[in-house]
Design a protein around this ligand. Sequence first.
Ligand code: BDR
Ligand code: CA
Length: 310
Amino acid sequence: PIKIIIDTDPGQDDAVAILLALASERLEVLGITAVAGNVPLDLTEKNARKICELARKPGTRVYAGAKSPMQRPLVTAEYVHGKTGLDGPSLPEPDMPLQPLHGVDFIVETLLREPAGEITLCTLGPLTNIGLALQQAPQIADRIKQIVMMGGGFFEGGNVTPAAEFNIYVDPEAARLVFASGIPIVMMPLDVTHKVLTTRARLDRIATIGTPVARAVVELLEFFERYDEHKYGTDGGPLHDPTVIAWLLRPELFSGRYCNVEIETESPLTEGMTVTDWWQVTDRPHNALVIHEVNAEGFFDLLFEHIRKL
Ligand code: BDR
Ligand code: CA
């Protein structure tokens, strides 16, 4: 199996990504590290545990990482995800424990312990934990197989400001460290996540599975899509974070190109922007595989097959 660490700020779409990963026997989830983002850390770590219990995988190790971005105050997104971060279904308070180790220490220790080049980091929230891990132990950079991240946007623009996507906007300094690290990066920007919409027909199909997990997924996504449907008038909202896991399972559903991505951290107008050299107009080195296209039907088939297994 592919060994992964999921770094996340659940979030309804994070929750679906976690379920997808836990459902696959081709992925080995070494641990889940929570970060502050959509809601504060005490909620994101609890939400991660709620989802593991929903998937009936209470043995999954969940760690709490950073409470706030590397250099800035935390910006949250209750206006999208609700007060709990996981509004929609009513999920019980988790029984499974939070691991005592700090999430950043877990990332560092695991990377130093496991053979180099084997671990993929799946990042679904602000990059604070990864930035702190790189700062604490720069030697881990060479040991990470790759980072597959949901973050950024280029032709599509931003969803927090006209220029910036939420995950990068919350902690641009951490994102800058990650993009400068030399670690192979696969980036799922809004340009691709806005192509996988939770339409009524797709949710109805998941509902036919009829299990508690399927019901919870539908309730999570019905809540989540309200914001985007209202704002953009689309049928359904973008299922951002599950694209990260889907890429690991079926990369042939996606396409993109290698290019240079730099992070703006200073301009008040564009801070958190992922400046993407899609047209190769500079000679700056390629540092990311930037995904742009997705087979949306194939993506929802994959999701359906996996939710059915839980
Ligand atoms: C990203 O921000 C969060 O609100 C979602 O969970 C996703 O990771 C989309 O911009
Ligand atoms: Ca997220």
